[in-house]
Design a protein around this ligand. Structure first.
Ligand code: UT7
Length: 336
């Protein structure tokens, strides 16, 4: 159920970081005027105070393109040989969104494709980008995580509307050496499809369409069973972290910063306790952005005030179920 990847040959080195949040901010107070919820409940149960959402007419590719542009600028380069976009809210069900992003960035006819692993998507995309470099397919890869869950939430669902926000983040990976700052270490990736029903959009895919019966009312909306997902998040990320640390030869005590998927501040606390990571080493920006799905990890990397040379542990978990972790020594990059 779980796979690991030790980098073979050249390493993928993080050389740029960029993010994009849509300008519109939705506060807990605004949500409380629309739904039976309160700032007090949302802050106490999730740690979230506000989130960003796109305006009508915008889309995932708009955010992804801007985050990609800023990451390339941060890396002081204007080209990439491949684009890997982690998203579960593509502009359209078909084709992938990454080719349009690559074209909008003027990258030419480079390989570009989407990776769908929901909240674990960015770590899966990082591993994919590292693979493209280690196999010689690309020298430089733009890896983006972008999602606009505001477009798939049930407007009446006070729980999911309180949690999710829109956003995008991207890193540039370049070919380099394993001992360089920024070189991605080993990966631990895994999935468990037996628990797929915990996080899903029931309708709109081949399973529902093959019945010839129109989708049931509300079937097109994202649905999540919060409590079991909470437990799975803590268990799966803890296990994945232990495996990746063993592969990297790091002890928990060596970790300077834990950058975990920002799903709920209580999950971050429970994870830190499970792993015995001091809470002041845990990066958290969930109060300002909520759960931004595939954008969560790069947004946290950019907001975390990470210092060059710090040992950074990244872990993520989401629908599938799927999860993934990796490590790196933080490079001297200025987030754009
Ligand atoms: O990103 C992918 C992974 N996702 C996650 O990791 C999310 C994991 N799950 C969670 O973060 C939490 O389970 C939630 C934040 C989703 C929910 O928190 P909870 O403490 O598990 O609440 P609950 O679902 O057990 O609901 C407790 C109560 C219920 O009321 P009753 O039945 O006790 O009367 C809910 O209806 O809280 C109610 N509730 C709310 N009340 C006010 C649920 N959402 C809200 C809300 N405002 N927004």
């Amino acid at each position: 159920m779980s796979g690991s990847l030790m980098p073979a040959g050249p390493s993928a080195v993080v050389s740029g970081l960029g993010t994009c949040l849509p300008p519109r901010v939705v506060s807990n107070e605004e949500l409380s005027r629309q739904l039976d919820t309160s700032d007090e409940w949302i802050v106490r149960r999730t740690g979230i105070r506000r989130r960003h959402v796109i305006e009508p007419g915008s889309s995932t590719s708009v955010l992804a393109t801007e985050a990609g542009r800023r990451a390339l600028k941060s890396a002081q380069c204007d080209r990439a040989d491949a684009v890997v976009l982690a998203t579960s809210t593509p502009d359209r069900p078909c084709p992938a969104t990454a080719p349009e992003v690559a074209s909008a960035l003027g990258l030419g006819p480079v390989p570009a494709f989407d990776v769908a692993a929901v909240c674990a998507g960015f770590v899966y995309a990082l591993a994919t980008g590292a693979g493209l470099i280690s196999t010689g397919v690309a020298q430089r890869v733009l890896v983006i995580g972008a999602d606009t869950f505001s477009t798939i939430l049930d407007p009446e669902d006070r729980t999911t509307r309180a949690i999710f926000g829109d956003g995008a983040g991207a890193v540039v990976l370049r070919r380099g050496e394993p001992d360089e700052p920024g070189a991605l270490g080993p990966f631990d990736l895994g999935s468990d499809g037996e628990l797929a029903e915990l996080i899903m959009i029931p309708a709109g895919g081949s399973r529902q369409r093959a019945t010839g019966v129109p989708a049931a009312a509300g079937g097109e909306y994202f649905a999540m069973q919060g409590k079991p997902v909470f437990k799975q998040a803590v268990i799966r990320m803890s296990e994945s972290v232990r495996r990746v640390l063993a592969l990297a030869g790091w002890s928990v005590g060596q970790v300077d910063r834990l950058v975990a998927h920002q799903a709920n501040s209580r999950i971050l606390s429970a994870l830190a306790d499970h792993l015995t990571v001091p809470h002041d080493r845990v990066v958290s920006n969930i109060d300002r952005v909520g759960n931004t799905v595939a954008a969560s990890i790069p947004l946290a990397l950019a907001d975390g005030g990470l210092q060059p040379g710090e040992k950074v542990l990244i872990t993520s978990f989401g629908g599938g179920l799927s999860w993934g972790s990796t490590v790196l020594s933080w490079p001297d990059v200025i987030p754009g």
